[in-house]
Ligand binder design. Structure first.
Ligand code: FAD
Ligand code: SF4
Length: 564
């Protein structure tokens, strides 16, 4: 994707970028007074042969949360993280530089006719490689699922060509853990936390949506501090949420869960360390993780329990790369489901161009939602529901994603309209398809000699029908609010990665049980978006954190009773 991004960064765009951002300089400093979680803390070191520890691979939403929860319970934890550890002061309010700093750019290939595979062939998925994982990049939208979404197969019936299923749990199982996650992350509109202020972008969304008769319009539920909380600053509304949030107002495991876990004295973080495979003994129990450390040396960290939390693509890749005589198809893959059913949400967005300046970049990147279409309705001609929300991007991303590879007079006019646009992002449930899968490339290897992952993605007709419906409604909202012209834009690379190690009641239909525990190997767990049975219509991270808290509680109990 980066080559595409670079290709459409003309001198004009760069010059405009600096000009427009200088206009907003009064709210760009982002230098907060947060000190609590950015300081170095005394490190604990576990021996490589210590087989009493829980090894967690990945420090993002899932891994960072499990690490904190277990270490608070007195359990020894080693976190192996492929990327570097940054401080808030390393962040730069420039989307390109932030992209280069955070993004997982190790080689990946793609196949299939899905729009994102065609447009972003070398990176149909957008994830991060650093301590904190994609929670450094994320926009902070944090919503609970609807109950019907956990019963997707029962609610939608059979959807031909899909493997849509029910989850082995429902909303009531998760409610107490959702409450803990919202408290942990400081989600606005919960726990007495005020909502964030209305941005210009939100005011336009609100106006247009209400003129169309929509009623569930709000400034959203955000894991962004609207007031100082938990040692983190309040949001300055500077609008660089996806560039890392220098003020620390946005929740990230980088400066919340990870330092808190370290402060217990029970967790060791090994950054710049790439896990290659999970080892097991002759009985099939996992025994440790082989990784390349920051000095380039291969190490084996022994373990009592292993938790894989590498985001849905890399988690599948590690399990597949751990194939052995005992597990010839990879770990936890007796069902053959590892890597399959990749979902990433149906996405797209629309811009309205207005007569007067909107300055949509002022305020959080996501600042409002319309929830009225977020439910299943047979009459719309597709299964599942979707959200429409505001989106605001800096000029570099605006230009890059508007029409990938765009050029010429019309394109530059649309880029020049930057200050006059308001944006709506759509996010809806995409259908799981077994052949939308992560597999190991036959010949291509990465810098560690590990097979690169290939991502196959085809668009299901249900996704296309939902996309058409939601883009039409988004355009209508913008026109109803007074837009003179609407631009419909293609989907961005998938940043919500789910489904590739899905949870199931039956061992033949999924990879883990409702606790995130492997059906095949009791001391192996998975704790990221890959365990979602289906995708639901809303952003996944609150649910990843919720499941991780619940999973950590289960792991601790199983360890206490020596079941694992
Ligand atoms: C631009 C952007 C905006 C987003 N906005 C939102 C939003 O508003 N709301 C929302 O809910 N979600 C959002 N997301 C998605 C959200 O960031 C992810 O859902 C969430 O972070 C996924 O958590 P995870 O634990 O699965 O993976 P991650 O948080 O990505 O963490 C995985 C970690 O594993 C590490 N890793 C991978 N492989 C290895 C290996 N072999 N060895 C060692 N370490 C490894 C990675 O380096 C990474 O740190 C956004 C994502 C992006 C990119
Ligand atoms: S959350 Fe976004 S808008 Fe708020 S301070 Fe952080 S970067 Fe700025």
């Amino acid at each position: 994707m980066h080559s595409e991004v670079t290709a459409c960064t003309s001198v004009l765009v760069r010059a405009q970028f600096h000009y427009l951002y200088s206009l907003a300089s009064e709210c760009m400093t982002g230098e907060g007074d947060m000190t609590t979680y950015d300081d170095d803390v005394a490190a604990v070191n576990f021996d490589h042969n210590d087989d009493s520890v829980v090894v967690i691979i990945g420090s993002g939403a899932g891994g960072g949360t499990v690490a904190h929860e277990l270490s608070e319970k007195g359990i020894s934890v080693v976190v192996i993280e492929a990327g570097p550890r940054l401080k808030l002061t390393d962040f730069v309010n420039d989307e390109y530089d932030a992209y280069d700093m955070f993004t997982w750019t190790d080689k990946r290939t793609s196949t299939g006719n899905g729009e994102i595979a065609r447009k972003w062939a070398d990176s149909p998925s957008w994830v991060c490689k650093l301590v904190g994982g994609s929670t450094v990049h994320w926009a902070g939208l944090a919503l609970r699922w609807n109950d019907e979404e956990f019963r997707a197969r029962s609610t939608y019936g059979e959807v031909p060509g899909t493997s849509v299923t029910n989850w082995p749990l429902n909303l009531s199982d998760l409610e107490p853990y959702y409450a803990k996650a919202e408290d942990k992350m400081g989600v606005t509109g919960t726990n007495g936390i005020p909502h964030l202020p209305e941005t210009n972008n939100f005011k336009i969304l609100n106006l247009g949506a209400r003129r169309l008769g929509y009623e569930k319009v709000n400034t959203s539920y955000m894991a962004i501090n609207s007031e100082p909380r938990d040692g983190r600053n309040a949001c300055d509304q500077i609008g660089f949420c996806m560039a890392g949030c220098r003020s620390g107002a946005k929740w990230s495991t980088l400066y919340s869960e990870i330092p808190k876990a370290e402060a217990t004295g029970n967790m060791e973080l090994r950054a710049n360390s790439m896990a290659l495979r999970v080892e097991h003994d002759p009985s099939g129990k996992v025994t440790g993780v082989v990784y390349v450390d920051e000095d380039g040396n291969q190490q084996l960290q022994k373990a009592r329990v292993v938790v894989v939390a590498c985001n849905a693509i890399e988690s599948s890749r590690i399990l597949l790369n751990s194939a052995s005589n005992v597990y010839p198809d990879g770990l936890s893959n007796s069902s053959g489901m590892v890597g399959k059913n990749w979902t990433r949400h149906m996405t797209g967005y629309a811009y309205g161009i207005f007569d007067k300046p909107v300055n949509y970049h002022r305020g959080t990147n996501a600042s409002g939602l319309v929830q009225d279409e977020w439910h299943h309705d047979d009459d719309r001609g597709f299964a599942g529901g979707y959200l429409m929300g505001t989106i605001s991007l800096g000029l570099p991303y605006y230009a890059a994603f508007l029409r990938p590879g765009g050029w010429g007079r019309e394109f530059s006019q649309d880029v020049e309209a930057y200050n006059f646009v308001s944006g709506i992002f759509i996010n809806g449930e995409d259908m799981p398809i077994e052949s939308n899968a992560i597999t190991l490339h036959d010949t291509e290897r990465d810098q560690f000699g590990m097979p690169v992952p290939n991502i196959n993605v085809d668009d299901h007709p249900n996704d296309v029908a939902m996309r058409n419906h939601s883009l039409k409604r988004s355009s209508e909202i913008l026109l109803a609010a007074g837009a003179k012209r609407v631009l419909e834009c293609p989907p961005m690379p998938g940043s919500h990665n789910m489904g590739t190690c899905r949870m199931s009641d039956s061992e033949s239909d999924g990879v883990v049980n409702k606790w995130g525990q492997s059906h095949d190997i009791p001391n192996l767990f998975i704790a990221d978006g890959s365990i979602f049975s289906t995708a639901g219509g809303c952003n996944p991270t609150l649910t990843i954190v919720t499941l991780a808290i619940r999973e950590a509680e289960y792991i601790a109990e199983q360890m206490r009773t020596s079941t694992i």
